[in-house]
Write a protein that binds this ligand. Structure first.
Ligand code: M6R
Length: 632
């Protein structure tokens, strides 16, 4: 779960690599480094110098180090790390250099222990604890054994490894080439005018080009300033040259419609705050062109499945992790209440290991912002093997999970940089709502009148979301008063029905960025355990929009107050019942009860944001986390 970049072209590459890494810093941020071939001043008959700079800590440390020790040259690779093998030290930071070769890597080489033992037995010395250094040794060995090029040596080296990788390598002996390869970890190429870029994710390319090639698993590429050669590497056995099949492939660039400005903060203090405020627009973009109000339906071409795919569907299984899992819980409710199809929701990380019963007749809907989460991807692949139909809901076009699925329904949130997911969540909700309506309309269980009414109200949601965003100032005051000034150590979030996942999401947001322990609970479950926690020191956030659960949740508020818990209530505008019992109140606009999660989540995101900001934590890059979890 790291970020890698590569560049080859006419420009000085260190600033390009650092800028690219900055856009990828959300993937890992405990150390960073780059390697640049100094092709600017090479003595005749000599190989260029390979300048390597590495630094522990945020990317700014690497930036400082490069200012002190500039690395001229226009061919290079870079890395931002989230430690898996070995602590965040300079020795473990990438690139790793062996002989003339430097390597950066995102992923995990599963057979690293046996390879390291084997190489050490051959007398190879290791300078780091990483699995990546093994790859650098393997390439060096293949070059020493007569491989004709860096490309060939990398192919042979990769035939020895098992696991996930996106890798980039440069060699002093071939200063006009960068070799990159992908298996299970994400990697995209950016195609410019006389220059080529490689990166773990599209935002790192946007400042330079929007023409990108999403590489497939097994792709290995030789990048030159004016040419990209892509081959598919198939490993048959133990790695001897004749046991590798290499097939040339052509992958056409796609134009991405994300703009460079979307990957900038645009005046906001943090990406997270910007992304919270982008939600109305992200929702508009995700709904646009997909909803047909004339017949109260979703345009079939947009849903990612053909109408005939649905006739054999007996059950929907939603798979996701983290925030996407919370969206999936709301989706499960809609698929049952509107689509009238039995639905279950599962944590992908559990589903893949529990020998679940899945097969023909199941529609497996994966929900993943990045489209790369390792647990979700593995669960999807497993469901595919067992004969289920697969639909991916993702924000990243061409990412691994949509590619592994039969169909994709993309959210149009734009790049989400903050590690804490916000606009991805609300756009996932809208995709799931559309799916539920589409299913209900296909099987005739949802009337066109109800669908039309709901979709009309869904289209009006951005206006209500903007109103909910007006609570920003109030959310900041509440965060200060209830969570920061009181130095709260715990916080409880309660919700019912469609707002149970919102309570879960509010708790996840708070804990991941403010480091305050938080629990999300179905309010009806409170009396079965968590009520024991409630006393005068416990802030309890209650999500109570106007819906069928309002009275029940009002009773829960009474129960909290009877134990002196401090209630922060999210209530409909003009409410008095719950408002009169709560210490703090945030009023939200009334929307259709089916659509309340789109609105109720906003104050919870803002409370979490302001709590973290007031506490001075690193909001966009919280400790120990990474945006895209490409490891198990
Ligand atoms: O890219 P995905 O949606 O698959 O990511 C899933 C989770 O890792 C992600 O939602 C995570 O929980 C976020 N940090 C939550 O804010």
């Amino acid at each position: 779960m790291c970020g890698i970049v590569g560049y080859i072209g006419p420009r000085p590459c260190a600033p390009i690599l650092i800028d690219g890494l900055r856009k990828l810093e959300y993937r890992g941020y405990d150390s960073a480094g780059l390697a640049v071939l100094d092709t600017t001043q090479v003595a005749v008959g000599e190989a260029p110098k390979l300048g390597i700079v590495r630094a522990v800590g945020k990317l700014s440390k690497l930036d400082d180090a490069v200012r002190e020790r500039p690395v001229p040259g226009n061919v290079g690779i870079g890395h931002t790390r989230w430690a898996t093998h070995g602590r965040p030290t300079e020795a473990n930071a990438h690139p790793h250099m062996v002989g003339d070769v430097a390597v950066v890597h995102n992923g995990i080489l599963e057979n690293h222990v046996e390879l390291r033992n084997e190489l050490q037995a051959q007398g190879r010395k290791f300078l780091s604890e990483t699995d990546t250094e093994i790859a650098a040794h393997l390439i060096d060995i293949e070059l020493a054994n007569g491989a004709r090029s860096l490309l060939e040596a990398t192919k042979l080296a990769l035939s020895r490894v098992r696991g996930a990788y996106a890798i980039a390598a440069v060699s002093r002996k071939e200063p006009d080439v960068v070799v990159v390869a992908k298996s299970f970890s994400p990697l995209v190429l950016g195609i410019g005018e006389g220059e080529v870029f490689a990166a773990s994710d599209v935002p790192a390319l946007l400042a330079h080009t929007r023409d990108v090639i999403f590489l497939e698993d097994g792709d290995i590429c030789e990048l030159r300033a004016n040419a990209v050669k892509i081959e598919r590497l198939l490993v048959h056995g133990d790695g001897s040259p004749e046991r590798i099949t290499v097939t040339p492939v052509v992958r056409h660039p796609k134009k991405v419609d994300w703009s460079p400005a979307q990957a900038e903060k645009q005046g906001y203090k943090h990406f997270m705050l910007k992304e919270i405020f982008e939600q109305p627009t992200a929702l508009e973009n995700t709904l646009r062109g997909r909803v047909s109000l004339d017949d109260g339906d979703i345009n079939s071409g947009e849903i990612g499945l053909a109408p005939e795919d649905v006739k054999d569907v007996k059950r929907v299984i939603l798979l996701a992790c983290g925030t996407s899992h919370h969206a999936a819980i709301a989706g499960r409710n809609w698929i049952e209440s509107l689509g009238k199809v039995p639905a279950t929701v599962e944590l992908a990380s559990e589903f893949r290991y529990r020998d679940a019963i899945v097969g023909p007749g199941d529609l497996v809907v994966s929900v993943s912002q990045s489209g790369e989460t390792a647990d979700t991807l593995a669960a999807v692949r497993d469901a595919k093997k067992r004969g289920a139909k697969l639909l991916a809901i993702s924000n990243v076009v061409g990412s691994a999970i949509p590619r592994a699925s039969d169909g994709a329904l993309y959210t149009h949130a734009g790049p989400e940089i903050g590690v804490a997911s916000t606009k991805a969540f609300t756009t996932q909700l809208s995709a799931l709502l559309m799916l539920a309506v589409w299913l209900g309309r296909r099987n005739g269980k949802l009337t066109s009148e109800r669908a039309r009414d709901l979709l009309q109200k869904a289209i009006e949601l951005p206006t209500a979301m903007r109103e909910a965003l007006d609570s920003d100032g109030e959310c900041e005051k509440i965060a200060r008063r209830q969570l920061v000034q009181t130095d709260a150590k715990d916080c409880l979030f309660l919700g019912r029905g469609l707002n149970h996942p919102i309570a879960l999401e509010g708790a996840l947001k708070l804990k991941e960025i403010s480091y305050i322990h938080a629990e999300g609970y179905a309010a009806g479950e409170m009396k079965h355990g968590p009520i024991a926690l409630i006393d005068a020191t416990m802030p309890v956030v209650v999500v109570a929009p106007r819906d069928a659960h309002y009275e029940k949740i009002a009773s829960n508020v009474q129960e909290v107050r009877a134990r002196e818990g401090r209630v922060i209530a999210i209530v409909p505008r003009g409410d008095t019942t719950i408002a009169n019992m709560a210490q703090d109140v945030i009023e939200i606009p009334d929307v259709d009860p089916e659509l309340t999660p789109f609105i109720t989540v906003i104050p919870l995101q803002l409370i979490a944001y302001h709590t973290a900001d007031l506490k001075g934590t690193d909001v966009d890059q919280p400790r120990n986390l990474a945006k895209t979890v490409t490891v198990e």
